[in-house]
Design a binder for this molecule. Structure first.
Ligand code: GDP
Length: 424
């Protein structure tokens, strides 16, 4: 038996979905353990191209059981829409290959609305939320003001529970935001149209995982976003509202006794960041525009242009430490092929001094990037499948990153398709 977690090392969008899809061939179970429908894991395989939001990226593999753990923000409406979309494209989803934890808390109909209202209230001080209701959901979960998926099996108790929470939530909606109150009829409709649809998939996934562990099954834990968006270790408050780190996987998956053997940290060959917050290595102007275009750097969920920059060795080293990564998958190396000189952010300047330590979130605003230029390889590498066949400059670039972050780079991705990979 071997367990592995696939996590993002940077700001998210590193290509985790692509790596999960590739590696699930060796695993029996894939578990999403945190975050919600604000993910946009792009997967390209024999069924076509998909941007998965909540479904685990192992859903396309025959024989792999996919689990939504207790740590996720389970939005029944969006999940059901996503399931229908995936099924309509020929991917079978049954209670055998998709299981939802009875202990997952439900994202309630008002969470998305509250997210939107709060971003509007904040105006130009907004957090850059994807408005999927994730922050209001997690706040309510910690206040114990939401319901568990397993409550769907207790319809009467569920209605009473929802009525109590609604009464409390309507105070915020109407008095704080001057919005419209929710009614029980609206909630009944939500139960019928969305919750009832996902109910057949809800079960005791903790028990299932415990048995799988006993039988020696291989389990993969799939994270959303990256180290720098972790609620505790990231660029607070421009983080997400959950823990994106591998250490949270046992808790959020429903297998608190899990020991994770391998943590595969996904790093992009350059940097991107969606939304607000400090992004020290950010590039602007023509250089940035070219990189954004070359990498197709537009959000999978929102379509927003991503902010871009060179690989940031300071942030990446920190991200590797936070994740306790055992290996790295370096993605999108092919995107740098057309650059004659490749910029690399090696250090930060902070208070007149050069540093390689990732600063406290507030100090990031005054940090400046120290950028060095690296010789490019100026040829297409998307067809390369062996380390020895990469141009010397590309190998030097990979080795330079490996040395700087102190973690072996095992996988090098040179294209979005499943087999566009070099295993070192
Ligand atoms: P995730 O959220 O971490 O799974 O990342 P996203 O799906 O948001 O972004 C990664 C994007 O890069 C997707 O469009 C992938 O199809 C694409 N991608 C992943 N790896 C590679 C690669 O090595 N080369 C190229 N050209 N595209 C890649």
């Amino acid at each position: 038996m071997s367990n592995c977690a696939i996590v993002g090392i940077n700001w998210g969008d590193e290509g985790k979905g692509r790596m999960v899809d590739l590696l699930t061939g060796n695993y029996d179970i894939v578990v999403r353990y945190q975050g919600g429908g604000n993910a946009g894991h792009t997967v390209i395989n024999e069924y076509g191209k998909f941007a998965l939001h909540l479904l685990p990226s192992g859903i396309f593999r025959k024989g792999v059981v996919n689990i939504l753990g207790n740590g996720v923000a389970l939005d029944p409406e969006n999940l059901w829409n996503e399931m229908q979309e995936v099924m309509s494209r020929g991917v079978p989803l049954t209670p055998d290959n998709l299981k939802i934890s009875e202990r997952a808390s439900l994202l309630l109909p008002w969470h998305r609305e509250l997210d939107e209202m709060e971003e509007k209230r904040l105006g130009d001080k907004k957090y850059g939320s994807t408005k999927q209701g994730i922050a209001p959901f997690y706040s309510d979960k910690y206040q114990k003001k939401t319901v568990l998926a397993g409550e769907l099996f207790y319809p009467e108790e569920l209605r009473n529970h929802l009525a109590q929470i609604m009464e409390w939530k309507n105070l915020t909606l109407t008095k704080v935001y001057s919005g419209e109150p929710f009614t029980m009829e609206m909630l009944d409709e939500w139960i019928k149209d969305s919750c009832e649809k996902i109910k057949p998939y809800v079960c005791d996934t903790g028990e299932f995982l415990k048995n799988a562990q006993k039988e020696g099954k291989n389990i993969m834990f799939e994270a959303q976003l990256g180290s720098l968006r972790d609620l505790d270790y990231g660029i607070y408050p421009y983080t997400t509202s959950s823990n994106t780190t591998a250490a949270f996987a046992p808790i959020g998956s429903g297998l608190p006794s899990a020991k994770i053997d391998d943590v595969i940290g996904v790093v992009k060959a350059y940097s991107t960041c969606v939304g607000e917050g400090p992004f020290v290595c950010e590039m602007f102007g023509d250089e940035a525009e070219k990189l954004r275009e070359a990498g197709g750097e537009y959000g999978a969920k929102t379509g927003r242009p991503r902010r871009v920059g060179p690989i940031d060795l300071v942030a990446t080293r920190y991200g590797v430490e936070v994740q306790a990564a055992t290996h790295i998958a370096l993605t999108k190396l092919d995107i740098l092929s057309s650059m004659e000189k490749i910029p690399v952010c090696t250090h930060y300047m902070l208070n007149g001094e050069q540093t390689d330590k990732f600063p406290f979130p507030l100090a990031l605003d005054s940090a400046q990037p120290v950028v060095e230029y690296f010789e490019g390889w100026n040829c297409d590498i998307s067809g390369v499948r062996k380390w020895e066949d990469l141009p010397e400059q590309a190998r030097k670039y990979v080795t330079m990153i490996e040395d700087a972050i102190g973690c072996p780079i095992k996988y090098i991705s040179v294209g979005a398709e499943r087999d566009s990979i070099i295993i070192k």
